[in-house]
Design a protein around this ligand. Structure first.
Ligand code: LLP
Length: 428
């Protein structure tokens, strides 16, 4: 089993060289713990795997995975660029020091107001629909205005049907057979289309769909380049690189992956005579997925028709199991090496039956007061957390060289009702 599990001599799970049980004593639970070193290593691993074969390569971190300000700062320091999908994500990226030229906005179903804000920031716009192109044409002076387009290459993949973003059922991008037309329209309007983009889905461990999408997007780019006379400055293959969540799952062999994708990229550039555009990818999960544990305390053990281990957070804190039936590995953090003896269901504290972090998990004998570490909660965990059931969102801490620092305070009850207004006539 890999999953980067570290256990110390006290039989406690560690993260970033820090004892998780000491962290719970200091900060309470539920608690998101983030390992800084792992973010840095993940980033460098992907960066090296591609730049080795194609130096003009950039990572656009998909910040929807995790927009914590400290994490954004780490990625800014590393030289990352940003894939932003909303004005809020553009705002947070600018606030954390990314210059506009390091941010690419790929929105869908964008309002005029949002488009206006993005335009004013100077961030580049990756257009998702003809409607958006026309809106932008009315809003800006198109002459010399650089844009790119998101294309649906009819290849899709992902860990769940909700996260497949290519193919006939997907709401994203422009149909591949309309690509030439769209680039021509953009040019006729006066725009300067310099990029092409796709994103086929999320949580993909098999390199095959990526290879297919790379081939397909490059063919589309080649045809667009010649038929619409476009000189691409960049080609962006989106994100989707998966990480193993289950102990037996394979990893995506990143070095081979980088080599294969860049090989296809370079050979297609040659085939179509497309020069040497920059190559972009937009990983989110791969950079931050495995950098965090969610620590939670067992407060109730119930022997009902099944044995339920009840903890002090729920799907408002980590939605993925309820939303996609996603597997997150769970360890009893204070009994890490104890022999697993019983199969239990791990239940959250939200008032819904779907609020389960796992069914039939083989664990050591769990007692009330034990701490569970829910693994791989760096991506799409806090960023999808809510206040459902009127529960404040938890604290986050960052670990660096064995030291912990709070990077987000836990919310208060007051925070839950901030911005709400009782009309005068209903006041007590
Ligand atoms: N680029 C674009 C345009 C995207 O829409 C996404 C993810 C990414 C990049 C990054 O994908 P990643 O490398 O992280 O797989 N909430 C789901 C994942 C939704 C991803 C949506 N788009 C989950 O928890 O699995």
């Amino acid at each position: 089993m890999d999953l980067n599990l570290k256990i110390n001599e006290k039989n406690h799970v560690e993260i970033g060289g820090t004892d998780t049980i000491e962290l719970t004593e200091k900060y309470g639970t539920p608690l998101y713990v983030v390992d800084e070193e792992r973010i840095r290593n993940n980033y460098k691993r992907v960066f090296n795997a591609f730049t080795k074969h194609y130096p003009d390569f950039k990572i656009f971190y998909a910040c929807k995975a995790n927009t914590n300000l400290a994490i954004m700062r780490i990625l800014e320091e590393l030289g990352s660029c940003i894939d932003a999908v909303s004005p809020g994500e553009v705002y947070i990226s600018l606030k954390t020091g990314f210059s506009p030229d390091r941010i690419l906005f790929t929105g869908n179903n964008v309002t005029n107001e949002e488009l206006k804000y993005i335009d004013e920031t100077g961030v580049r716009i990756n257009i998702d629909s003809v409607s958006q192109l026309k809106k932008l044409a009315k809003m800006v002076v198109p002459e010399g205005y650089k844009v790119s387009f998101r294309i649906n290459p009819m290849v899709g993949a992902g860990h769940h049907k909700h996260v497949i973003t290519g193919g006939k059922m997907s709401k994203f991008g422009i149909k591949e057979n309309e690509a030439v037309e769209v680039y021509k329209t953009a040019k006729n309007l006066g725009f300067d289309p310099v990029g092409i983009h796709t994103h086929i889905g999320s949580g993909i461990l098999d390199p095959e769909p990526f290879k297919l999408a790379t081939n397909t997007l490059m063919d589309i780019a080649g045809i667009v380049a010649s038929e619409a006379d476009i000189d691409f400055e960049f080609i962006d293959f989106g994100g989707g690189l998966g990480i193993p969540y289950e102990p037996e799952e394979n990893i995506l062999a990143i070095d081979e992956f980088g080599e294969e994708i860049t090989r296809i990229f370079k050979s297609k550039l040659n085939e179509y005579g497309m020069g040497k555009p920059s190559m972009y990818i937009e990983p989110g999960r791969y950079i931050v997925g495995d950098v965090s544990y969610l620590l939670t305390t067992v407060n109730t053990i119930k022997n009902s028709y099944r044995k339920f281990i009840g903890v002090d957070c729920g799907f408002n804190t980590l939605l993925r199991p309820a939303m996609y039936e996603s597997y997150h590995h769970i360890i009893v953090a204070n009994k890490a090496k104890d022999k697993a003896t019983e199969k239990v269901d791990i239940a959250g504290n939200v008032c819904e039956s779907g609020d389960l972090f796992g069914r039939d998990r083989l664990l050591p004998k769990v007692e009330e007061g034990d701490t569970l570490a829910i693994m791989n909660t760096g991506a799409y965990a806090f960023s999808m957390a809510s206040q459902y059931n009127s529960r404040p969102r938890p604290r986050e801490v960052l670990i660096k060289n064995g030291n912990s620092e709070i990077i987000r305070e836990k919310e208060t009850y007051e925070d839950l009702f901030r911005n709400q207004i009782i009309p005068k006539r209903l006041e007590q």
